[in-house]
Each structure stands twice: as C-alpha cells, then as structure tokens.
Design a protein around this ligand. Structure first.
Ligand SMILES: [Fe+2]
Length: 463
C-alpha cells in the first residue's frame, strides 16, 4: 500500500485559480514568458567581484565532510576553512590532487573532514586571505532533522538567468542539479571539450560561478551534458564524459566503486533520515529506439542491481527515499521517447520490486521536461503484485532553469507549468517519528506555482 498523500494545490500562494491559470497561459504561449525572462538574464555581470577565472564547486557533503573541486590559473594552494565568516579558528586543507584540466586550468580536489554537522563553513584560498570568503556551504544534518533542498534541471550553456540568485536567496541546505547542466551536445570523445563545457558554466557564467561556490550542488547529467540529444551509452563522447565527470564534479562514492573508469557515476547519499538514490541513466543506457524487453535498460544491469540493494537498505534504515531521475518516470506507452516510456519493461520490473518489497516511503524528483509538474502518486501505477498496485510514489518536476518550456510525460495529478526560471524546493519536516514532505514548484519571479504535501512514517511499512 502506498503512503497516505495528504494534499492540495496552493495556487500561487493567496492568488485565486483564475489569476494563476492566466499566468499559465502567458508562460505557455512563448514557452517561458521569455521576453521578460530574457531581459532578466542581461546586465548581471556584476554578481561577484572579479574572480579572475577562479572557480569552485562544493558537493558530496556529509555531516562531517565535504568535497571541493576548484581551479585557477596558477596552481591552487591550500584552502582555509572556518565556521566563522571572519575565519577565526580556521583549519587548512591542502589539495589531495591537482591536475591540468584544459579551460578549467589547474584543478584541485579538496577533501574536508572533521567538520561539525549541520554547520555553515566558509572557505578561501590560503594565499588570498584579504579577499574574504571565496565560498561557503553547509554540512548535512545528522539524525532526525528538518531541512530544505532545492532542485532543477536544464540551463542554456553559461546561463546568467536570475533564477540562480533566487534559488540561493531561499537558502536551501543543498541543491540537486538533475541534468542538462549545459547544452553542448558533445559528439567527440575529447575530454577537453567537456572541460570547456564545464568552464562555460563554472567560469563563463558569473552567476553560476557564485552559485556553485556558495551552495553544495549534487549533480547527475541528462542527455545534453552527456552527449547528443536523447543519447545513450553509444554516445561518441562516452569515455570523455565519464572521465571529466570524475575529475570535475565533487561526488560521493560511485555506485560500482571508483576503480573502473568505464563504470557509471550513479551515487547515493544521506541527509538526516532521508536517503537519496541518484543513478546514472546515460552511460549504461540502451538506445531509446531499441525494441523494449528484458535486454533493454536505462540503468544497466549492474547499476540496477545496486539500485535495488540501495532501495532495500533505504527502506530498512531511512524514513524517506528520494529517487533522482533525469527523465520523466510517468509517461504513457508511446509517450516521450527519451523517458521511461521507452523502457516500460524495466519500469515495470522496478515497480514490481518496490511493491513486492513494500518500499512505500519513496518520492522522485525528475528532470528533462522543461516545466513544473507534480503527481501525487495516483498515476504512478506500473505494477500489480498480489492485488497491490504501485509503486505509487509522488513525482515532482522542476525545470527549466533557463530553456524554452516543454511538457513531457504524464498524466499528472496537477497542472503543468512549462517555461524557464523554474526550480523546486523540498521542505523536510522530521519530528523523529513522521516526516512531512512539502514540494514547492517555484517561478523565479512569480513565486510558488505548485505545492504538494505528503507524509511518511518512520521507515518500513509506512501506513
Ligand atoms: Fe533539458
């Protein structure tokens, strides 16, 4: 049986539905209200003081550690790290490695350990102590805790859209980028091409430069930042994509281990009593056009085995599971080709596994569709086992950060809102017994367009 989903739609806060739906039409008509949105992307080159090609990406945060990848034109020195913005009581972390990474210059990896849980830390280069903090991040909470994370997908390469500032203004504890970090559609097995694409995001956009320095970002690619549009494991740049991800992206231990460069980059991580499972749905993927059946897979058989083990472990050890899918999960037969609609056999097997094993405490955040969207779980019915239909977890879409709007997948139990300037916030309220989850679908200027709340109990056999 699936979780009890308490909820309702709150249309743009106090606004009535009439006004809200007129907003939908405005935004749907040009795919984003792009006239004003485009205006908003201009003239924002002053978000930070000059950063002279220096960049940093904070990620892979745990209660007591964090990983920072960072680069500048000369060899990066140690980082000074402190829980005080004035750097009293600071510690110094030398790079664990430095490599030359094309346009990203000299790229250093820092592993910060011995940190306090649920604490904001500031960091700066040890040779630029007069410059103030270069960035900050917050460590994960430990044990039952309430927190907020943001998520979204799909930004034009080097986008300067205001949405990145608006997300930070909400002060989420961390952010999950669900794919299409850029739209370079790289077709060459050339790692420098990938470094250049990362550079265009991390350095080329001042707004994103600030974003990635000051908010922990966990990231899984979708198609455009992996290879060509809708591409699979046969993308020409496959090896370079995998190699550059490992080098540039701060990441948790990978699903199948870190040793084999051919392995996918799926990961799982925890925040309080919430387990996030974020598979890599590109590097092992059968091409979308292949005939469906047991031999066709979006995850790859080895990563799918890992995924199932993660589900079982999360059912037993966590109160809530957040699945991350770069493409729509809810999609009808013959629906959007780049979604799970082209992998119905595998979707049914995963759904049956969840029903059989009574994994009733899950939700999903999904990318690719350039829209805000939500399903309360009522359309997520892909397997029936012993009379029980499921998996029934709620599914939330939040995109596009900065791309023309599109509607994909469905049906959904809520209206969809295509367009740019979108992101999601997920509020986790954990009292130690039950967790209340609230998804808010935001437009950077108009605020909340969609809201859905549900509850799960503390672990196995929810409701
Ligand atoms: Fe996209």
């Amino acid at each position: 049986m699936r979780s009890r989903h308490v909820l309702q739609i709150l249309l743009s806060g106090v606004m009535g539905s009439t006004l809200c739906f007129s907003t939908v039409q405005v935004h749907g008509a040009d795919g984003a209200g792009s006239g004003s949105a485009d205006q908003d992307t201009e003239n924002h080159r002053s978000t930070s003081a000059s950063h002279s090609n220096a960049w940093a990406w904070v990620g892979a945060i745990t209660p007591h550690s964090a990983t920072i990848k960072a680069g500048r034109e000369d060899t990066p020195p140690a980082l000074q790290v402190s829980a005080q913005p004035d750097f009293r009581d600071s510690r110094v972390f030398a790079p664990v490695s430095v490599v030359s990474a094309g346009n990203l210059n000299e790229l250093a990896a820092y592993y910060l350990e011995g940190l306090q849980a649920d604490t904001t830390y500031y960091y700066r280069w040890s040779d630029r102590q007069n410059a103030g903090a270069f960035g900050k991040f917050k460590t994960m909470p430990d044990g039952a805790a309430s927190f907020t994370f943001g998520f979204a997908a799909c930004a034009a390469t080097g986008s300067e859209h205001k949405v990145f500032d608006v997300i930070r203004s909400h002060e989420p504890d961390f952010f999950i980028h669900t794919g299409d970090l850029h739209y370079e559609d790289i077709r060459a097995n050339n790692v420098d091409r990938f470094y250049r694409a990362y550079h265009d995001v991390l350095v080329g956009s001042q707004r994103q430069n600030v974003f990635f320095r000051n908010l922990a970002v966990m990231y899984m690619w979708d198609d455009h930042d992996w290879g060509p549009n809708n591409s699979a494991s046969n993308a020409p740049g496959r090896d370079a994509a995998l190699a550059s991800y490992r080098t540039v992206v701060p990441h948790f231990p990978l699903a199948l281990g870190d040793d084999d460069p051919d392995d996918p980059v799926g990961q799982a991580f925890s925040a309080g009593r919430v387990r996030f499972i974020m598979p890599d749905l590109r590097s092992r993927r059968t091409p979308n056009r292949a005939e469906d059946g047991p031999d066709k897979t979006m995850m790859g058989f080895d990563q799918r085995a890992w995924f199932k083990q993660e589900l079982l472990a999360a059912r037993d050890n966590y109160a809530l599971i957040v699945l991350v899918s770069g493409v729509p999960w809810i999609s009808p037969p013959g629906g959007h080709r780049d979604s799970w609609a082209s992998f119905q056999y595998e979707r049914e097997r995963i759904s049956a596994f969840m029903v059989e094993n009574e994994i009733n405490n899950a939700m999903m955040i999904a990318g690719d569709a350039h829209m805000l969207g939500a399903d309360d779980g009522s359309n997520n019915t892909y397997a029936t086992v012993n009379g029980v239909t499921g998996p029934g977890f709620p599914v939330f879409h939040a995109a596009a950060l900065d791309q023309r709007g599109s509607r994909k997948g469905g049906p959904y139990s809520y209206p969809t809102f295509p367009g740019r300037g979108h992101f999601g916030l997920v509020h986790i309220e954990d009292d130690g017994e039950r967790i209340q989850v609230t998804f808010e679908g935001h437009h950077f200027r108009d605020g909340i367009k969609l809201e859905h709340t549900f509850e799960v109990g503390s672990g196995t056999g929810v409701n």
